[in-house]
Design a protein around this ligand. Structure first.
Ligand code: GTP
Length: 334
């Protein structure tokens, strides 16, 4: 998963503890007699503490991803969930603290040679390090909270994707199971307790991803708040097409008019190609509808192959068109 490299971000208190403990340990067992050894001992304690702090801060910054390089899908989700700008600001304050700690340590190392009381210079230095660290306490806490949230993001691959949408009970999960031949993996997704279920299938050597999004694309968009909407629209960054399933038999408990309204919302809100398919063609109540492109039955398997190959054609076309646009953008840059 994309954010799993980020370790727990320790608090300033924990980092200071670690640094001061190591500094003390570096000195244990050494007898300090005379001014020369006192200078050396305190100097080495300052250097040890300073190095540990700067190393730790640099490691935290390094383990966070470079946001510009994230796939747009993840960038948008990370932004919705925690705010990319706030993370950037906190990370740059960590960079600042790391440089400042280095500078302060050097400054005190310079002073200690001329000092009458080497230990008091070291204490002064540790005091400065503590206050620098305390000034980034909020940033460390915020970054750790962000890390905990981001780690839970699903591993949605950057590969051709079919996003399944439609009201509950219309056969979305039956479709995913049917085309992937397996029970889909459930991955957590922001702002829904149910997560997304993701399955895969191959056509030749090409792998396709099928996503069912319970709790996300199974009720009217107008019932959602801004953040939920953004979490949904992040999906538009994938190379995806939408399979919008209609239950023309209304045995799912939702009227066709409501289903049609949601379809329009998905069409206008998403800007992804949409294939409208009526399911449950095996039932006697089934009827043809003028706004539907194809029909199928996930129960008998009728129409599944045609639906799948149409979706594949659509996703391939969408990718090809996107590449043309990207090429034009590159050409425009010259
Ligand atoms: N007769 C018939 N029943 C179907 C068909 N597809 C699905 N069903 C039934 O409809 C019910 C709902 O199917 P699901 O695949 O769970 O529907 P869903 O849209 O994933 O439902 P949620 O998970 O609640 O969103 C189940 O009882 C299925 O057996 C079909 O083609 N024909």
């Amino acid at each position: 998963m994309i954010f799993e490299k980020i370790n727990t971000v320790q608090t300033s208190e924990e980092l200071l503890d670690k640094a001061f403990r190591r500094a003390t340990r570096a000195m244990s067992g050494k007898t300090i007699s005379g001014r020369k050894t006192a200078i050396e001992a305190n100097e080495s304690m300052m250097l040890t503490a300073g190095n540990i702090l700067t190393d730790n801060l640099k490691n935290i910054v390094r383990r966070f991803p470079t946001f510009e390089n994230l796939p747009p899908f993840y960038y948008e989700l990370a932004d919705v969930m925690v705010g990319v700008d706030d993370m950037r600001k906190s990370l740059s304050r960590l960079d600042w603290a790391s440089a400042k700690i280095h500078e302060v340590t050097r400054e005190h190392v310079g002073k200690i040679r001329k000092a009458r009381e080497p230990m008091s210079v070291r204490k002064q230095c540790f005091g400065r390090l503590s206050s620098i660290m305390r000034s980034i306490d909020k940033d460390l806490i915020f970054l750790n909270e962000s890390r905990n949230k981001l780690r839970k993001l699903p591993s949605v691959n950057d590969e051709p994707t079919i996003v399944v949408a439609g009201y509950p009970n219309i056969g979305k999960s039956s479709f995913v199971t049917k085309v992937t031949g397996a029970t889909p993996e459930i991955a957590p997704y922001p702002f829904t307790t149910k997560g997304v279920s993701i399955g895969h299938f191959f056509v030749g050597n090409d792998r396709y991803q099928v996503m069912d999004t319970p709790g996300l694309l199974d009720r009217p968009m107008s019932e959602r708040n801004e953040i939920e909407l953004q979490a949904i629209t992040a999906l538009k960054n994938l190379d995806a097409v939408v399979l919008f399933i209609i239950d023309a038999t209304e045995t799912c408990g939702y009227e066709i008019e409501d289903q049609k309204r949601m379809l329009e919302e998905v069409r206008s809100g998403f800007k992804l190609p949409v294939l409208v398919v009526a399911n449950k063609a095996d039932l006697p109540q089934f009827r043809d509808l003028d706004f539907v492109d194809m029909k199928m039955s996930t129960a008998t398997g009728e129409g599944i192959e045609e639906v799948t190959s149409t979706l594949i054609e659509m996703v391939k076309k969408a990718i090809a068109e996107k590449e043309v646009v990207e090429e034009n953008v590159i050409m425009d840059d010259y």
